[in-house]
Design a protein around this ligand. Structure first.
Ligand code: DX5
Ligand code: ZN
Length: 216
């Protein structure tokens, strides 16, 4: 099965977002990945709802929203108001993860749980059957354009095993340093969805790069 491709808006040209969003609309991308950072959970700040309101209006792709913030549950209504399909929250940011997952579902979105590179896959055992997707970070979150952490390949295989063992239907998405080479390795290891920022927007032909990622 072809991988789901979710280009990351973080690497787009914010001086001319309309052009980049039109390119994504024309492309074979399945989702649009949106990185929200708060300067607390991660050492960077990206963009907030006043900007995203316009992004949501201009895109035709379902939104795959990745919250790198503390207390993400505070913003469930705002995320929902964008028309979000998938709301990703970090395991490390949610002491009451089960409750947050239920709240996301009750709000009418698909809940996804993200884990950082140093968080073991085993921590997902008691939530895996309740979620739509696992998002494995293959870089430490906060910045685009970082180098892929190879150990993620083992984590993809471990997550696949956990999903099969528990009868969960969760998808596996990977985020950080994904390009045509690491993307191929991830798909072979069992990833369903790939986020790509720099590989797409730093490419001389982003639309063609999305098509190539889709063929992996
Ligand atoms: C990193 C973000 C990623 C980032 C990926 O904190 O979560 O979504 O945009 O960018 P690349 O693909 O350039 O590593
Ligand atoms: Zn992300």
């Amino acid at each position: 099965m072809k991988p789901i491709i979710s280009p990351s808006l973080l690497s787009a040209n914010f001086g001319n977002l309309t052009d980049d969003l039109n390119m994504i609309n024309r492309s074979e991308a399945d989702w649009l990945h949106i990185d929200i950072m708060d300067g607390v959970f991660v050492p960077n700040i990206s963009f907030g709802f006043p900007v995203l309101k316009h992004v949501a209006r201009l895109t035709k792709k379902p939104l795959d929203v990745h919250l790198m913030i503390v207390q993400p549950e505070k913003f469930i209504p705002e995320v929902k108001a964008l028309g979000t399909h998938i709301m990703n929250v970090h395991y490390e940011a949610c002491p009451h993860l089960h409750r947050v997952v239920q709240q996301i579902r009750e709000a009418g979105m698909q809940p996804a749980v993200t884990i950082n590179p140093a968080t073991p896959v085993a921590m997902l055992k008691d939530i895996i059957k309740d979620i739509y997707m696992v998002l494995l970070m293959s870089v430490n979150p906060g910045f685009g354009g970082q180098k892929f952490i190879e150990h993620t390949l083992e984590k993809v295989a471990e997550t696949r095993e956990l999903i099969e063992r528990t009868g969960s239907k969760a998808l596996i998405e990977v985020d950080g340093g994904v390009n045509l080479t690491t993307g191929a390795q991830l798909v072979a290891a069992g990833a369903d969805a790939l986020v790509a920022g720099n590989a797409v927007f730093g490419s001389p032909n982003p639309e063609e790069t999305i098509r190539a990622l889709k063929q992996l």
